[in-house]
Design a protein around this ligand. Structure first.
Ligand SMILES: Nc1ncnc2c1ncn2[C@@H]1O[C@H](COP(=O)(O)OP(=O)(O)O)[C@@H](O)[C@H]1O
Ligand SMILES: [Mg+2]
Length: 508
């Protein structure tokens, strides 16, 4: 009887056969190519499994990875023709073989398990008629990353010493690729977070406002800060909806978990769906590898859905499931995954109207809208303008060298007269630009590039009166500079001279 249990020490022990068959060398070459192009860990493991099974013609197999923070903790990540839950169960011989390979840091090969005294009486060997067994650990810089297990019941196509040599070379490549993919995965997750969380220390003090409307909002935010209740923010663009969403997250119980924002307007259904929920490789053209969805990445944290009114129906249905059961599936996948996120949403269209017209699901609307906060436009926020101007002067003076910039009263007058359709965002942009244009000087009307549209004027006046008042005000804003006034009004200098002459009367 021959006993063919061979153990090969990495880098020492038995000399490896000098050459590998051409097809195995080719396989190694192919693998190296493939492994370098996959950065998603799940798809990488699938590929590793397929290539290994094919090249050594194994029947069953599975892959385990160690927990990066605890090498002793291993879990099955993918399997072929063997149930992942069974692979490491006590009854299966595969368990002791894989654990043996990991513990000894050696590859293990058994050419005939049926006659191998090591497995005598092992029920799973007999029951599964296992013939040849092979397992090799993935080792990188002395650390165990995981291991591969393969077996076969076919007596004619069993494993050989060459198979083991091949699998060892293969495993070295796998260890590097797995390490890379893990690193890329971490970077990708971090990157998503960085993209949306410019500042980790959001507090209400970042939200400027003394007006009654803003004080009411602060009161409400304080009440809901530590609950998981869904919050809907309604308001015009630039009123601070996203700022409030971040403040809710970074002041609340979930502050140490991710805050992820997704803009939902003008996105194709497929793109939005795969961004939010991820996809399985091959789910659609271009889905070259498995991808985690942002909802998954936000697990434990908060998810900000910006412009919810634009979400297409199929995505609405998936979101409802997340809100109701905390469940979702990646696009093209059958596996149901669990997730725990607080949903904060925003819209600048009245969502109730979208529900009425049938564009937005009513059930989802009520789930999202447990608490709704209406962000007032800047025009409604009495007294907040000077505060905001000072806030942005201080904030953006820091970006450029030199002293804290001030704003001259004439410039402030222009700001107060304008109606700010773009709200706080537009104001902030105007101040930031003015600081740059002013250099190290204080800000005058010259640096304020805002459309010269006055607040609507009251009282019955003729169109001619309005025209005159408007032109003269603009002239005043530009300290009598006619060239600048004409270009701000979008008229020719000649037209302006003509009008001024007309209003002054013939004697001028
Ligand atoms: N009350 C506020 N205090 C300070 N900055 C604000 C305030 N409201 C809005 N901003 C700033 O204005 C810009 C636009 O706000 P954002 O939250 O993106 O608006 P929205 O999401 O409603 O379009 C951001 O730079 C934000 O920091
Ligand atoms: Mg926004």
């Amino acid at each position: 009887m021959t006993t063919n249990l061979t153990a090969m020490q990495s880098g020492s022990g038995l000399p490896a056969p000098a050459t590998l068959p051409a097809e195995q060398l080719q396989a190694l070459y192919d693998i190296a190519q493939v492994l370098n192009t996959i950065s998603d860990i799940d798809s990488l493991l699938e590929r590793i499994m397929d290539i290994a099974i094919q090249t050594v013609t194994a029947e069953r197999g599975f892959l385990v990875l160690t927990d990066p923070s605890n090498e002793k903790e291993i879990s099955v990540r993918t399997a072929r023709n063997i149930a992942p839950e069974a692979a490491l169960s006590k009854e299966e011989i595969s368990r002791s073989i894989v654990l043996g390979a990991i513990e000894s840091q050696q590859g293990v090969l058994t050419i005939d398990a049926q006659t191998d005294p090591r497995f005598a009486g092992a029920e799973s060997v007999i029951f599964n008629q296992i013939h040849a067994v092979m397992s090799v650990p993935f080792i990188l810089r002395g650390r165990i990353v995981g291991a591969i297990y393969l077996d076969s019941r076919n007596r004619r196509e069993g494993f050989t010493n060459e198979s083991l040599t091949f699998l060892k070379a293969f495993s070295n490549l796998c260890a590097i690729a797995i390490d890379n993919a893990r690193l890329m995965g971490n970077l990708r997750d971090e990157n998503y977070q960085l993209r949306t969380e410019v500042q980790r220390t959001y507090q209400f003090k970042e939200i400027i406002g003394n007006s009654k409307k803003m004080q009411d909002i602060f009161d409400l935010l304080t009440k809901i800060i530590n609950s998981d209740i869904s919050v809907m923010l309604e308001g015009e663009s630039g009123t601070g909806k996203e700022l409030v969403a971040r403040a809710l997250h970074y002041n609340g119980a979930r502050r140490d978990k991710p805050f992820i924002a997704q803009f939902c307007g003008n996105l194709s259904e497929t793109l939005l769906e795969s961004e939010l929920f991820g996809h399985k490789r091959g789910a659609f053209t271009g889905a070259v590898s498995d991808k985690k969805g942002l909802i998954e990445i936000a697990d434990g944290g908060s998810f900000f859905l910006d412009e919810v009114a634009d979400i297409p129906p199929s995505v609405q249905a998936k979101l409802l499931r997340v809100l109701q059961d905390g469940e979702f599936r990646r696009v093209g996948d059958t596996e149901v995954r669990k997730v725990d996120v607080r949903i904060i949403s925003a819209t600048n269209k009245p969502l109730a109207k979208e529900v009425e017209s049938g564009n937005f699901r009513e059930d989802l609307y009520y789930r999202l809208n447990v608490i709704s906060i209406r962000m007032p436009s800047l025009r409604e926020r009495d007294g907040d303008l000077p505060l905001l101007v000072q806030h942005f002067l201080a904030k953006h003076s820091k970006d450029v060298e030199g002293k804290q910039r001030r704003i001259l009263p004439e410039a402030m007058k222009i700001i107060e007269r304008y109606h700010w359709p773009g709200n706080v965002r537009e104001l902030e942009n105007a101040i930031e630009r003015a600081i740059v244009l002013a250099g190290d000087r204080d800000i005058t009307p010259d640096e304020l590039i805002i459309p010269r549209v006055s607040k609507p004027m009251t009282g019955a006046k003729s169109l001619k009166d309005h025209e005159r008042e408007f032109v003269l005000k603009t002239l005043e804003d530009y300290s009598g500079n006619k060239t600048k006034t004409a270009s701000a009004l979008g008229v020719s200098l000649r037209w302006l001279h003509y009008k001024l002459a007309e209003w002054k009367g013939p004697e001028a």
